[in-house]
Design a protein around this ligand. Structure first.
Ligand code: NOJ
Length: 736
């Protein structure tokens, strides 16, 4: 089986895609020190404070133009009309103090051409998917004058109730860090001053995904060690990649909102992590410190944030209203303000805005070019996860007559997923849309009904598209019940009762609790909302024109009550076997005893429904002969870990080989497994490859009891396998 989804590109589109697929390494960024210092030395305090103000665009009016002319605005978000951008820019440059505005917008997984939601992209375990997706988004958004996006979101998400898990890159710090850094590269490119590159924003600093109960905006209680070992690594990676900006989160951690937390912003972000870009607040997060009960009023909030080192305030205008007086009263220093303005001006220089402030209307638009659509399809193909495939129900044969059911079969808006301010449902290709009008599928015989119908009698197989509407995930869209909603499970059951083979295709913004649905599906293909080209991608996978290769970037729980459940947890002193389910009909006869008590739920056990890293293929892969280049590794040295990977099937495929380690004894308990490497390995039918990973001693480092990052000597177990649970073999080595 060969993937044949790469259709010929139009020459111009090819050029655009080439821009995205050229690989490079970062050169030293110019820091524009001279330009920044000379401009800063000429600015009044009012002008400086104006640069720290980001406003939401709510229409072009005289009040806004006057503010821009007076230099009271440094940035605007959500202006989408290029002519309006140019009018505002002219007001700033020709009629104001000459400092250009930077125009921002949430471009999260595509601007017009929508890629799979970030959680889906993470399932590809392919940083190139993330980089190309961001590069395409940057090209389309910058054409409309947007030069700053608020992505990637690199919050570790271990709670499927939290709606923003959709926007995350999953539960694992290592995977999130690599995918997030790839997005930064994609948005920013090699040279931010090129007009098709845009500034990225690593968000939300920090711990926003650890909201209590998975309820959005809720408090977190992250300890200093967990902060450094779990939540900060993706931010460090983004900073090392040169991310231009970082956004503070809404949540308070241990009683302190980040937007007013000078320890987190100055000591940790600036000093420990050496971030040298702009720190922007989240929407109204400065003002919300009053609601939290952390600031007494707007002036207090402005003081707390400015003193904490928050450079630009989004939306609330507390800085422009109060900072001058706070300086006069000696409560905020000019030195702190100068530092913030330095970062902001530097970003504007790096973006080339001083030399090219205006949006140039392009003769040929890059929006929805074939190359962009094909890249989106490729991403959707790589992001789908095959969770079940009994009796080789999939792939379907093109001669089979299919009866299509379910609300997600033709849901052009919902298929796009959350955060698509600019996505257009009329450009979405749904599965039904593709079956009806894409020549590539013209020979496939299908019927489509939203409810069970007699037409199923003549069909060979039922394909049922279920899932979530896009508005059920994303910001402020937390759920306490993450089952398939409404009558969807009942429909599936009814269809299964007909005796026809059933393929369940899910499109959702989170890992749903589908244990109760699994018995009614012979095969399950899971797609985190797959974007514009989800329809053809799914059809190619169903009919075996492409082979599923995605792996889960999050654990699937059996029951919502198991949350939080993640693979890289600490061991309790009483670990339970994974499937220790003990509540059954005999329970009433069991006497109370403490013997054999282990850490699990009586009703849902300890193990997940599907573990992190899990995903099937139409091929079968076999791992064997795990070996180490040496039984020991010295500090500052490395070790080669290799495994034989065999495709034992007669179908070509791609397997994502994953390397996990466990540090057996540490100054603090180390997780039972930690992902330290992964590779997408292509294997033809019957092919065998030796897959090797280089493990450096630094890969074993963590923040220990003394809060210092280092690898601790001792024994480690290592596995290579197709998910975080199963691998036939493990080896032990010693770090000396
Ligand atoms: C609030 C969200 O939390 C943040 O991620 C987003 O970038 C801003 N709003 C701006 O829209």
């Amino acid at each position: 089986m060969k993937n044949n989804h790469l259709l010929p590109f139009k020459p111009f589109a090819l050029l655009v895609l080439l821009l995205c697929i050229t690989s490079y390494s970062y050169s030293q960024k110019p820091d524009y020190r001279y330009e920044v210092e000379s401009l800063l030395s000429e600015m009044t305090l009012d002008e400086k404070i104006g640069q720290m103000n980001q406003l939401n665009f709510e229409g072009l009016n005289d009040e806004l133009l006057q503010k821009v002319k007076r230099g009271e605005v440094g940035s605007l978000l959500n202006v989408t009309d290029t002519e309006v951008i140019n009018i505002l820019q002219k007001a700033a440059i020709e009629n104001g103090n000459g400092i250009p505005l930077v125009i921002a917008r949430d471009v999260i997984h595509g601007y017009k051409t929508i890629f799979p939601i970030p959680l889906g992209q993470a399932a590809s375990f392919d940083p190139e998917v993330a980089r190309i997706g961001a590069c395409v988004a940057a090209a389309e958004a910058s054409e409309h004058g947007i030069r700053w996006t608020f992505a990637p979101m690199i919050d570790i998400a271990r709670d499927a109730r939290w709606g923003r898990i959709a926007e995350s890159l999953g539960e694992d710090p290592f995977l999130s860090a690599l995918m997030g850094a790839a997005m930064v590269r994609g948005f920013q490119g090699e040279d931010l001053s090129l007009p098709n590159n845009i500034a990225a924003c690593a968000k939300h600093f920090v711990g926003y995904g650890a909201a209590e109960g998975g309820r959005d905006y809720n408090s977190t209680s992250i300890t200093p060690l967990a902060l450094r070992n779990t939540y900060l690594p993706p931010f460090q990676k983004a900073i090392d990649e040169g991310v231009a900006t970082v956004m503070t989160s809404f949540n308070d951690n241990d009683g302190i909102p980040t937007s007013g937390n000078s320890y987190l912003l100055k000591d940790v972000l600036r000093q420990e992590m050496e971030f040298r870009g702009v720190v922007v607040s989240d929407w109204n997060s400065v003002g919300e410190m009053i609601t939290h009960g952390f600031a007494a009023d707007g002036k207090d909030a402005a003081m707390l944030s400015a003193n904490a080192g928050l450079d630009m305030e989004m939306n609330t205008e507390l800085y422009v209203t109060h900072l001058k007086q706070l300086v006069q009263e000696g409560k905020v220093s000019v030195a702190d303000i100068d530092n913030s303005v330095r970062y902001i001006l530097q970003m504007k220089f790096r973006l080339g805005l001083f030399s090219n402030p205006y949006v140039k209307i392009k003769k040929t638009s890059v929006v929805y070019t074939d190359a962009h659509l094909q890249a989106a399809k490729e991403a959707a193909l790589k992001s789908a996860i095959l969770l079940k495939n009994e009796n080789n129900t999939l792939p379907l044969k093109e001669t089979q007559k299919i009866a299509v059911f379910g609300p997600m079969a033709d849901a052009p808006y919902d298929q796009l997923g959350t955060w698509i301010f600019d996505g257009e449902a009329n450009h979405t290709v749904t599965p039904i849309g593709a079956l009806k009008s894409d020549k590539a599928y013209e020979n496939i015989k299908f019927t489509y009904e939203t409810a069970l119908s007699p037409s199923l009698k003549d069909a060979d197989v039922a394909v049922v598209f279920l899932g979530e509407e896009s508005k059920l995930s994303g910001e402020a869209s937390s759920l306490s019940d993450i089952n398939l909603r409404g009558t969807q499970s009942a429909l599936l059951k009814e269809i299964k009762a007909t005796g026809k083979p059933v393929v369940l295709v899910i499109m959702a913004g989170r890992p749903l609790t589908i244990e109760r649905d699994l018995p009614y599906a012979d095969a399950v293909l899971y797609n985190f909302h797959p974007g514009t080209m989800g329809g053809p991608a799914i059809l190619d996978l169903l009919f075996g024109r492409a082979n599923p290769s995605g792996k889960l970037p999050v654990t699937f729980v059996r029951e919502v009550g198991q949350i939080p459940l993640y693979y890289n947890h600490n061991n309790t002193g009483r670990p339970a076997p994974d499937n220790a389910r003990t509540l059954n009909a005999d329970t009433k006869d069991v006497k109370q005893t403490s013997v054999g008590d282990v850490s699990h739920y009586l009703d849902s056990g300890k193990g997940p429904l599907f573990p992190f890293g899990f995903g099937l293929s139409y091929s079968r892969f076999e791992y064997s002969e795990l070996s180490l280049s040496s039984p020991t590794i010295s500090m500052n040295d490395s070790l080669i870990v290799s495994v034989t990977l065999r495709n034992t099937s007669n179908i070509d495929g791609v397997e994502i080989a994953q390397l996990y380690v466990r540090d057996l004894v540490g100054s603090i308990i180390r997780p039972v497994k930690e992902l330290k490497g992964f590779q997408r390995v292509s294997l033809n039918a019957g092919e065998t490859k030796i897959v090797t990973f280089t493990l450096f001693s630094d890969d074993l480092a963590f923040y220990g009891i003394d809060l210092i990052r280092k690898a601790e000597p001792g024994f480690f177990d290592v596995w290579i396998g197709g998910d975080s649970k199963t691998s036939p073999d493990k080896k032990r080595f010693e770090l000396k």
